[in-house]
Design a protein around this ligand. Structure first.
Ligand SMILES: CN1c2c(nc(N)[nH]c2=O)NC[C@@H]1CNc1ccc(C(=O)N[C@@H](CCC(=O)N[C@@H](CCC(=O)N[C@@H](CCC(=O)O)C(=O)O)C(=O)O)C(=O)O)cc1
Ligand code: HCS
Ligand code: ZN
Length: 767
């Protein structure tokens, strides 16, 4: 039996990569300095994995921005618009790479970034490959080979990790009509083979191909593509040992295909699909050679592994196929886990009682190693921790459970249907056509973060911190008034993160100080841990929202994070159904919504950007999830009068296939990310005849690029062809916390002018 790991967090335990990338982008460090940070993180990661007992350590799991973007660069899938970046004097491959991720607006060039979307059901975002009908691929970057050699030189014989050809194609998007991207398998495979030849020449023995689409519904064409690709690879490299990794769900209907592939090892996510081992053994189709990698340690959550249960699975596998054909592993790459629990030393933020229930990436490696050679002593200690959690009085609050049981039908719908509410809201709010607004947050500048940091460390008084936040809020309100935005926001300066902030104020949550997880590029989040029943002790946002409203006669939107998003972006207890925890959160948010209304707030936004991400990967399971998720949103939003306008916001997901359910949420207004896909999403809203109001994002906030008024007018004109103008709002794609003030001011000023021009177009006699 051997241990292996599918991937290790690459941000560094102190977010060194984030700091280095951001310094490189702002010109504070040069390429060599950036590369040095990358090298030292890689070396540290390989060392840690070896020290913690991993036999087969991955390489090429490191990335400066995103592993899918790495593949696009490697395979030469570089959209034409970026070719000029590389031609510019002084630019290098990294400049091209970052331009693809972030857009490029300098030296006379103005190029939009590639699209970004969620990685399966996680809060990690990848850069979407773009394909054309005549798409050619060629080996462009040799990062995987360089990193393999770098590891070798440092004394580690690694297993390079690549996204498999079928999943890579499926992760991408056709940028023109008339072809199916899976048909590009014939064009792409030669480049994979060329790469493998180079790896072979470097004496690579093992390779991991990630094919997570095996956890999704696949058609016959995709299954054939898998068979074709792996047969060709086997033919060309008969002795290469391939680990084919599927994760996040069962193989399901794809099991037969997976078992038929000529690979050395199949990796199973036994956390998400505990029946998978039985399915395989019972199928009788594993054959006498194929190895299995048992993904037993949860890469998606932070609870300690239950050694007793895992060992039962291991023993079952050992008796069926023998220990020489087995790997023990985490369920998926550990990039979704915080790095090191040992760094959590503050008893006040994370008590030792709860800490003893947890395991982060580094500890998960040790769990994998422990499971390989489980001693009685390790088992006993582990079972004590599991018992301590199961029987802890910290977890259960009878009053919270009782309240959930008393939720009635009247809690999950508004007083009147939207058609009635819309009339009342139009009368009450008197907003112009194309009302302009933003999504909530304004720049979280280094200054804002450092004041908060000083306050949290105790070197700044609460009063001084709050006075500072008040000043920031005042400036933001007066600036929004000056440029003529219609519905204002207070700016969310007091919030560290849209989920952590709420979690910090709710019972049933704990927090880490160092538990960062990459969300996209250099951006990280610190997901709260929901360990027990959730309840709200007092209002969470009323003071700041009311303060904002007191500064202006325009409407200030209340800004809340919705129950599904709080659930989805936290590490959730696994001792009760997620739906139950979600209902507890929904009630807490409902109380906050009604408190905001009582405080005179007329427009309240409940963000649900993670509603799509929570969908099970297989369509057959969608309905059940959507039933409780949509209901939770409705419970949180339905306690208000008809005149109170409820907004929701969603971003960075494919929403086309859940429009009906988005409509069922019955928010009066939805603001939604649209600009990177040039309003493509609105086709679905049009086809479905979406009844409520919509603010399709008119510019991409994830890129520092400032959009022109004209391009936003163009997008709005496109939107107007699809959605009646009486239903349209004008706003950016998402919150502005990641942007600087300079670009924010320019972009929003242009956006307000774009809305004004649209109003003129509508009211002009020619129109
Ligand atoms: C909208 N999105 C979000 C997602 N998930 C969330 N949980 N939250 C989201 O907002 N998923 C989808 C998208 C992803 N988008 C983003 C966008 C932006 C960020 C981001 O900016 N992250 C910040 C960290 C935010 C935070 O928690 N800040 C804290 C701590 C700040 C800090 O680093 N402090 C330093 C000290 C600072 C000093 O002294 O100067 C420290 O602790 O060392 C805060 O503001 O208090 C990031 O930096 O990456 C994430 C996802
Ligand atoms: N209100 C949040 C939503 C982000 S998805 C923000 O503006 O940052
Ligand atoms: Zn958003």
């Amino acid at each position: 039996m051997q241990t292996h790991n599918l991937g290790y967090p690459r941000i560094g335990s102190k977010r060194e990569l984030k700091k280095a990338c951001e310094s490189y982008w702002s010109g504070k460090i040069n390429l060599h300095e950036l590369q040095t940070v990358g090298e030292s993180i890689r070396l540290q990661n390989w060392k840690t994995q070896q020290e913690e007992g991993i036999d087969l350590i991955p390489s090429n799991d490191f990335s400066f921005y995103d592993q899918v973007l790495d593949m696009s660069l490697m395979l030469g899938a570089i959209p034409d618009r970026f070719h000029e970046v590389i031609l510019q004097k002084g630019n290098n491959e990294m400049d091209l790479y970052f331009a693809m991720a972030r857009g490029y607006q300098q030296n006379g060039l103005d190029i939009t970034a590639m699209e970004m979307t969620k990685w399966f059901d996680t809060n990690y975002h990848y850069i979407v490959p773009e394909f054309r009908k005549d798409q050619q691929f060629k080996l462009f970057s040799t990062k995987v080979i360089l990193e393999y050699k770098e590891a070798k030189q440092a004394g580690f014989s690694t297993k390079p990790v690549l996204i498999g050809p079928v999943s890579y194609l499926l992760l991408g998007k056709e940028k023109e009509e008339g072809f199916d991207r899976i048909d590009l398998i014939k064009n792409i495979l030669p480049v994979y083979l060329e790469l493998l030849k180079k790896l072979d020449a470097a004496h690579v023995e093992w390779i991991q191909f990630d094919e997570p689409f095996l956890a999704m519904d696949l058609g016959e064409k995709e299954k054939r593509a898998l068979q074709f690709a792996y047969a060709e690879i086997k033919k060309a490299f008969p002795s290469l040992k391939i680990i084919l990794a599927n994760y996040f769900d069962c193989f399901g209907e794809n099991l037969e295909t997976a078992l038929s592939l000529p690979v050395h090892t199949l990796h199973l996510d036994l956390v998400r699909c505990s029946s998978q081992l039985d399915d395989i053994l019972e199928s009788g189709k594993l054959g006498g050679q194929k190895h299995l990698s048992l993904g037993l340690v949860d890469g998606r959550n932070i609870w300690k592994n239950d050694y007793q249960k895992s060992n039962e699975t291991i023993q079952k596998a050992v008796s069926a196929i023998g220990k020489d054909r087995l790997f023990i592993a985490p369920s998926c790459s550990l990039i979704h886990s915080p790095i090191d629990l040992d760094l959590e030393t503050d008893e006040k933020s994370l008590s030792s009682e709860i800490k003893n229930w947890l395991s982060f990436a580094k500890q998960k490696l040790r769990e994998v190693a422990d499971l390989k050679e489980l001693t009685n002593e390790k088992l006993k200690k582990n079972q004590e921790a599991i018992q301590s959690r199961n029987s802890s009085p910290l977890i259960h609050k009878p009053a919270v459970k009782k309240r959930v049981q008393t939720i009635s039908d009247s809690h999950d719908h508004r007083l009147s249907p939207f058609s009635v509410r819309q009339v009342k809201q139009k009368e009450a709010l008197k907003l112009p056509l194309f009302p302009t607004t933003t999504i909530g947050s304004f720049p979280q500048t280094a200054e804002v973060r450092s004041w908060r940091s000083k306050f949290k460390k105790g070197s700044l008084s609460q009063k001084a911190y709050e006075d500072f936040l008040k000043e920031e809020t005042k400036k933001a309100i007066s600036w929004q008034e000056n440029i003529g935005l219609d519905v204002l926001v207070h700016g969310e300066f007091e919030r560290n993160d849209m989920v952590e902030y709420f979690g910090e104020q709710l019972e049933g949550f704990v927090f880490t100080k160092t538990g960062w997880v990459q969300s996209y590029g250099s951006r990280c989040v610190k997901p709260p841990i929901i360990y027990g029943d959730v309840s709200r002790q007092k209002s969470m946002t009323v003071d700041w929202t009311a303060f904002g409203q007191s500064l202006t006669s325009k409407f200030v939107k209340g800004m809340l994070t919705g129950p599904v998003t709080i659930l989805q972006w936290s590490f959730v207890r696994n001792d009760q159904p997620r739906s139950e925890t979600c209902l507890q959160i929904a009630l807490a948010i409902r109380d906050e919504v009604t408190d905001l209304e009582k405080a005179g707030i007329r427009i309240i936004q409940i963000d649900e950007p993670a509603i799509r991400e929570g969908l099970p990967l297989r369509k057959s399971e969608w309905q059940q999830y959507l039933n409780w998720a949509v209901r939770a949103f409705r419970i949180s939003s339905s306690g208000v009068k008809n005149e109170t306008q409820i907004h929701t916001h969603m971003c960075y997901s494919e929403f086309n296939d859940i429009i009906q359910h988005i409509a069922d949420m019955d928010a009066d207004v939805i603001t939604i990310e649209c600009s990177r896909s040039q309003m493509e999403l609105l086709d679905a809203f049009r086809e479905f005849n979406y009844p409520n109001e919509i603010g399709p994002g008119v510019y991409d906030i994830h890129s520092p690029r400032v959009p022109s008024k004209q391009e936003m007018v163009d997008l709005l004109e496109k939107a107007m062809k699809l959605i009646p103008e009486t239903q349209l709002w004008v706003n950016p794609d998402c919150g502005l916390k990641t942007r600087g003030w300079d670009e924010t001011k320019k972009a929003l000023t242009e956006m307000v002018s774009a809305a004004q021009e649209m109003r003129e177009v509508i009211t002009s006699p020619i129109a």
